[in-house]
Design a protein around this ligand. Structure first.
Ligand code: 5GP
Ligand code: ZN
Length: 178
C-alpha cells in the first residue's frame, strides 16, 4: 500500500516538520512495540492491533506511520471501510488532538477517493464509543460508509423537540467541562 508519510524527508519547510507524536517507526517494527500502553494484555487480545501488526489478514486501503485503513469484514454497504490509529487507543476520549487531526485528515482523503472510485450517491462517517454507544471493538475506529440510493443502512433514532432553555442548559454544561 504505502500512503502519504510524514517522515520529514526532502524538505525543511514547516509542513515537513515531524509531528510531536511521530514514533521512530511503525509500532510493529519496534521490538518493544506498544510499550506506551497501559496493558500488553489488551493489545494482544485486540483484533485491530493484530490487524495493524499483520498477524490477522485484512484488505488494506491505506497505511502510514500512525493510521491504517482496511475494509470492514462485515460491510454494511459496498466499500465500507474502517480507519484506525496504529496505537491502541480505546475510545475518542483517549485520543490526543494531534492524532485526532491526522486521523480526520486521512479519513477525509480516503472518503474523497472512495467517492471517486465507487461512484456512491452519498457517504457517512460513523464512530462508536463504549458499549452503550454501540462500540463492539475496543480500538478506536472511524467507519467510512459509502451510501447508495435505496441501500439498507440506517441509524435508528427518535427526534425530540427540547425547549430553548434546555438546549442552552446542556450547551453551558458541556462548555463548562472544556
Ligand atoms: P463497532 O461496532 O465497534 O463500531 O464496529 C466494529 C467493526 O469492526 C464492525 O463493523 C465489524 O464488522 C468490524 N470487524 C470486527 N472484526 C473484524 C475483523 O477481524 N476484520 C475486519 N476487517 N473488520 C472487523
Ligand atoms: Zn488495539
Amino acid at each position: 500500500m504505502g500512503g502519504q508519510r510524514h517522515d520529514g524527508a526532502g524538505g525543511g519547510g514547516p509542513r515537513d516538520t515531524q509531528p510531536p507524536w511521530r514514533s521512530p517507526g511503525p509500532p510493529h517494527s519496534r521490538p518493544n512495540a506498544y510499550r506506551d500502553l497501559d496493558t500488553s494484555r489488551s493489545v494482544n487480545a485486540c483484533i485491530f492491533c493484530r490487524i495493524v501488526s499483520g498477524e490477522v489478514p485484512s484488505s488494506k486501503v491505506f497505511e502510514d506511520d500512525h493510521v491504517v485503513a482496511f475494509m470492514d469484514i462485515a460491510a454494511v454497504t459496498e466499500g465500507h471501510f474502517l480507519v484506525i490509529p496504529r496505537k491502541h487507543v480505546e475510545t475518542l476520549y483517549g485520543l490526543d488532538s494531534i492524532l485526532a487531526g491526522h486521523l480526520m485528515a486521512v479519513t477525509t482523503r480516503l472518503a474523497k477517493a472512495a467517492k471517486k472510485a465507487l461512484r456512491c450517491d452519498g457517504m457517512n462517517l460513523y464512530q462508536a464509543n463504549e458499549a452503550a454507544g454501540g462500540q463492539e471493538v475496543p480500538h478506536l475506529h472511524l467507519h467510512v460508509i459509502p451510501r447508495y440510493k435505496g441501500d439498507s443502512f440506517g441509524i435508528r433514532y427518535n427526534p425530540t423537540k427540547p425547549p430553548r432553555e434546555k438546549l442552552d442548559e446542556k450547551a453551558a454544561k458541556i462548555r463548562g467541562a472544556l
